[in-house]
Design a protein around this ligand. Structure first.
Ligand code: SF4
Ligand code: SF4
Length: 368
């Protein structure tokens, strides 16, 4: 394949944006590789221990604050967003036609209800990089989705994908915040197209996400990860402080509350439009039966999580989360089988210690 004729920085950006659009991304933009404007805040956030046990955030501070160091000679980023749900989708709780009487379910965050976004986004970004390398053989390209230590949300705001809400997630004025971010670092210089206008902060005096957060994790434009249910259920590998149990409700993987209450995720008339979710993310599950999760072994967990973005939760973590959600279900309903399962776990000396202790803490909180 012969390289394309030489292009200006603007022409190169247009070409890459076109390639990304052809891959079906809902939003695409470019930005430079300047150091983070929030380096001091990140250091203060880390110094305050708000990262909980996510030690990897400390290890990669250098790249998080200087994203240009992700790939030697990085000059620009192409940032993309996939829409996994729309603001017109039905709100939770969704009808659970298959739910049996006397059973309780644990809920998972919307982004994890369809296929694994890491795989879906990386495959298309890698295809984009391959084509870009053919066009610019002297340039380097590196795709990333979640796993690279770059400040994705800051880059997304710079690339006009949306603005950073008070809950720290990216919001697009029309599409809302059910967006998954990824991108490509490149040694090419890309200029922002004239049509790429910065998106202003539309949070204004709103504080709905702050008021609705069950664990008081949000202060404007900052989330204390060590209090956030998403962190507690997906990242924390040790016991969860029982003070959070009640607040965790029925969430066993993630939490969507701050997004659900946001006015920029509220339904809009079809004439205005709310974008279209990528069909690949069509929900295949809303959650799991708690009795089943509490009985899972490693194979059952693998089977249940196959093809989904749920793998960060180990067997012990998801069963710990299910034990907490089971306690909250038992506080509201008489579910003898579920209570018996928790009691069996608490009495089993061969159990995973974190799961056993959580079951005992839950039973104690129920006055058992
Ligand atoms: S995900 Fe849930 S717990 Fe975390 S900040 Fe949002 S509302 Fe609070
Ligand atoms: S709920 Fe309100 S304050 Fe929070 S992100 Fe949405 S608009 Fe901003």
């Amino acid at each position: 394949m012969t390289p394309e004729p030489e292009q200006s920085a603007g022409g190169r950006a247009d070409q890459l944006i076109e390639l990304a659009r052809a891959q079906g991304f809902a939003r695409v933009g470019v930005c430079d590789a300047a150091p983070s404007e929030y380096a001091e805040q990140l250091r203060a956030w880390l110094a305050g221990g708000r990262q909980g046990s996510m030690a990897y955030l400390e290890r990669n501070t250098q790249i998080r604050t200087k994203p240009g160091e992700l790939l030697e000679g990085t000059r620009s980023f192409l940032i993309v967003a996939d829409q996994y749900a729309t603001r017109n989708d039905p709100p939770d709780p969704r009808p659970e036609p298959k739910q049996e009487a006397g059973r309780a379910r644990g809920r998972i965050a919307r982004y994890a209800r369809g296929r694994d976004y890491h795989k879906l986004m990386k495959k298309r970004l890698h295809a984009l990089c391959e084509r870009a390398r053919e066009m610019y053989p002297d340039a380097a390209f590196r795709a990333f989705v979640d796993t690279a230590p770059v400040p994705e949300r800051e880059l997304a705001a710079r690339a006009a994908i949306g603005w950073t809400g008070k809950h720290t997630l990216i919001i697009h004025p029309r599409l809302g915040s059910y967006l998954l971010l990824g991108g490509v670092a490149t040694t090419l210089e890309l200029a922002e197209p004239e049509t790429q206008k910065p998106i202003d902060d539309h949070c204004g005096s709103c504080s709905r996400c702050i008021d609705a957060c069950p664990t008081d994790a949000i202060t404007p434009y900052s989330v204390d990860a060590s209090r956030c249910i998403s962190y507690l259920t997906i990242e924390r590998r040790a016991r969860i402080d029982p003070a959070f149990y009640l607040r965790i409700g029925d969430w066993i993987f993630g939490c969507d509350i701050c997004q659900e209450v946001c006015p920029h995720n509220s339904p809009r008339p079809p004439s205005v439009g709310a974008g279209q979710a990528n069909e690949a993310y069509a929900p295949v599950r809303d959650g799991f039966d708690l009795l089943e999760v509490l009985a899972w072994d490693e194979q059952a967990r693998r089977d249940a999580f196959r093809g989904a973005s749920l793998k960060r939760a180990t067997l012990a973590m998801i069963r710990r989360n299910a034990a907490i959600a089971a306690g909250n279900a038992l506080a509201n309903a008489d579910l003898p089988e579920l209570r018996a399962r928790l009691e069996a776990i608490g009495a089993d000396a061969g159990e995973d210690e974190m799961v056993r202790q959580t079951a005992l803490d839950v039973l104690a909180s129920l006055g058992a």
